[in-house]
Design a protein around this ligand. Structure first.
Ligand code: HEC
Ligand code: HEC
Length: 253
C-alpha cells in the first residue's frame, strides 16, 4: 500500500513545519517495505529484525525492556529514529537503536514508521499483552500503585510542580499528533526507564525540555506509580486510551 504523496506531504507540512528541510517536498511511504524491514531487518547493514526485540505483534517486552511500537504516532516514531540516527537520543538500554537507525536510509525509516503506526490491534490483543504487574512484582521488579499513578496522570503533583501527564499526552496517555506520544498501555519497564532517563538528564531529545521539566522532581516511587497506571489502565468505553483516532474497531463510542 502506498500513501499518496499529497496526503502524506500535507500531513508533514502541517506537522513538521518547523523542520521542513527534512520533509520538504512530497513524502512517499512504502508500507510493504516497512513490513519487510520490521520482520527481516536489513542484512546489508547488519540491522536485525525489529520483531526480534519489539515482538512480532509490535507490543514490546517487559523482559527485554523494549517499547511497544504498535499504533504509536507516525511522526513521533520518525522523530525518534532520526534522533537515534543523529545521536540526539542514545539507546542506553541495549546500545543498539543508534546503529539500527543509522543502518536504514531516511526513506526506510519512514517506511518502517508507517508500518508500525498503522498497526491498530483489537482490544483483546492489547489487553492480552499489557504489562502483567503481578508477574513483574513476583520477579522482584518494584511496582507502584495504579490509583496513585492515576492521580498524577490526571492532576500532576502540585507541591512538586509536576504537570499532569494528561495535559500533553491526553486522556489516559493516548497521545496527540504529531509530537506527544502514546504512553498509555506502553510497557511498564520501558516507561520507568524513560522517566528515569529524563529525570537524570540521560535522554535529552525532548523539545523545550518538556519531559525533563516534568520528571526532574519525581521520586522513584512517583515514577513507579505513574508507570503502573499508564501501562495497565483499562481501555475506556468512551475513548480507547491506546488509540489516537476514534477507534474503528470498538463497537461502542
Ligand atoms: C536488539 C534489540 C532491538 C532491535 C533489533 C530493535 N530495537 Fe528498537 N529499541 C530497542 C530498545 C532497547 C529500545 C529502547 C532504547 C532507549 O531506551 O532509548 C528501542 C527503542 C526503539 C524506538 C523508540 C520508541 C519510543 O517509543 O520512543 C523505536 C522507534 C524503535 N526502537 C524502532 C525499531 C525499529 C524500526 C527496529 C528495526 C529496524 C528496531 N527498533 C530494532 C531494542 C531493539
Ligand atoms: C508539557 C508537555 C508534557 C507533559 C506535561 C508531559 N509530557 Fe511526556 N512527553 C512530552 C513530549 C513533547 C514528549 C516527546 C519527546 C520526544 O520527542 O522525544 C514526551 C515523551 C514522553 C515519554 C517517552 C515516550 C516514548 O515512547 O519514548 C514518556 C514515557 C512520557 N513522556 C511520560 C510522561 C509522564 C508520565 C507525564 C506526567 C508525569 C508526562 N509525560 C507529562 C511532553 C509532555
Amino acid at each position: 500500500m502506498r500513501y499518496s504523496t499529497r496526503l502524506v506531504g500535507s500531513l508533514f507540512a502541517f506537522a513538521f513545519s518547523a523542520s521542513s528541510a527534512v520533509f520538504a517536498g512530497g513524502v512517499t511511504v512504502d508500507v510493504a517495505n516497512g513490513e519487510q524491514i520490521y520482520n527481516n531487518g536489513k542484512e546489508a547493514t547488519g540491522v536485525p529484525a525489529c520483531s526480534g526485540c519489539h515482538m512480532p505483534d509490535g507490543m514490546g517486552s517487559d523482559d527485554l525492556g523494549t517499547p511497544r511500537l504498535a499504533g504509536q504516532i507516525f511522526q513521533f516514531i520518525v522523530k525518534q529514529l532520526e534522533d537515534y540516527a543523529t545521536d540526539k537520543r542514545e539507546d542506553t538500554v541495549m546500545f543498539i537503536m543508534n546503529a539500527n537507525a543509522k543502518g536504514l536510509t531516511s526513506q526506510e525509516r519512514l517506511d518502517v514508521a508507517a508500518y508500525i503506526s498503522e498497526w491498530q490491534h483489537d482490544r483483546e490483543t492489547v489487553d492480552a499483552s499489557v504489562s502483567n504487574l503481578a508477574t513483574l512484582k513476583a520477579n522482584g521488579v518494584e511496582v507502584g500503585e495504579t490509583y496513585l499513578g492515576k492521580a498524577i496522570v490526571n492532576h500532576g503533583i502540585a507541591e512538586k510542580s509536576v504537570a499532569a501527564c494528561r495535559s500533553c499526552h491526553d486522556y489516559n496517555g493516548r497521545g496527540v499528533e504529531p509530537m506527544f506520544p502514546m504512553i498509555g498501555q506502553q510497557k511498564y519497564t520501558y516507561l520507568v526507564a524513560q522517566m528515569k532517563q529524563w529525570r537524570d538528564g540521560v535522554r535529552t531529545n525532548d523539545p523545550q525540555a518538556a519531559m525533563r521539566n516534568v520528571a526532574k522532581n519525581m521520586s522513584d516511587e512517583d515514577i513507579h506509580n505513574v508507570a503502573a497506571y499508564l501501562s495497565t489502565k483499562e481501555a475506556s468505553p468512551y475513548s480507547m486510551g491506546n488509540s489516537r483516532l476514534p477507534p474503528r474497531h470498538v463497537p461502542y463510542h
